[in-house]
Design a binder for this molecule. Sequence first.
Ligand code: GDD
Length: 315
Amino acid sequence: MKALVTGISGFVGSHMAEYLLDNNVEVIGTIRNRSRMEHILHIQDQVHLVECELRDPFSVESLLTQERPDLIFHLAAQSFVPTSWNSPVDTIHNNVAGQLNIFEAVRRLDLDCRIQIACSSEEYGHVEPDETPIREENPLRPLSPYAVSKAAQDYLGYQYFKSYGLHVIRTRTFNHTGPRRGEQFVTSNFAKQIAEIEKGIRHSKVSVGNLNAKRDFTDVRDVVRAYWLALEHGEAGDCYNIASGSCVTIREMLDMLLSMSTVSIDIVPDPSRMRPSDVEILLGDMTKFSNQTGWKPEIPFEQTLRDLLNYWRER
Ligand code: GDD
């Protein structure tokens, strides 16, 4: 069994590769010449890394012609919501064209492979109070260019299944975190600031944005297991929420992190961290996925946050 992981050097990609290696799957991963390799240094001898620009159809077609994978985990993306306000065209182009190039190459080469695409709970966007926990049938009301790019990826997954029979599984993953999470994302950002205060290299203030937003967090290690199960047991063409089924406010998440530290810390609002429009609540119903695959998250959120804080303490 051969699996291709796009974005293997990223946060989820590196955990996905570890999971696949642990399950004796041959792993090929795409990198770009500017990819940072720190997350995969420890496994670089066990995986086959190929330089590939997903936005370039020729680059993608030659990769797939050569490798002919059985499974594709398409994780590469511009995944930070605020960047999509500053670079909307780049976000749409990167996320949509990258996926289209994969789909087109698979179709034209007539590859018999299963493809998981990393869609997002951000696609649901504005959610009415009586619409939680959010089910897959909920309307998509995206509130950022990033969310629109993910909705486009999602619909293209549906369309390529319907039009050409591509075996695509659309995973709509709610927030996920854990060791190696990029420092711009909220859990990692706060954990890093706290670790720096503990080390005495930062004043004793944590800068924050909107603390009222509610998010449903799952550990990345549970998420990559979900992606594997999605390709093992998911219905081709279908979409599935990957979520824990409970949510916290960002303030509650910060308080959990603060309770894991003994130093005294002030919380300071930073207006530059506020967004033009923020998704107020993302709370997912993952019953459909759970019934289909037997998946349930196993790692408690407190453990995830502790592992993340320790990750930053050790750096
Ligand atoms: N990044 C960040 N930094 N967010 C902050 C901060 C801060 O200092 N303070 C408050 N927040 C709030 C944001 O306004 C948002 O409501 C929430 O914390 C989470 O922000 P992020 O961690 O940046 O994640 P996200 O919810 O925008 O998007 C993540 O989850 C999606 C799935 O729902 C990303 O991982 C996406 O790629 C993913 O698709």
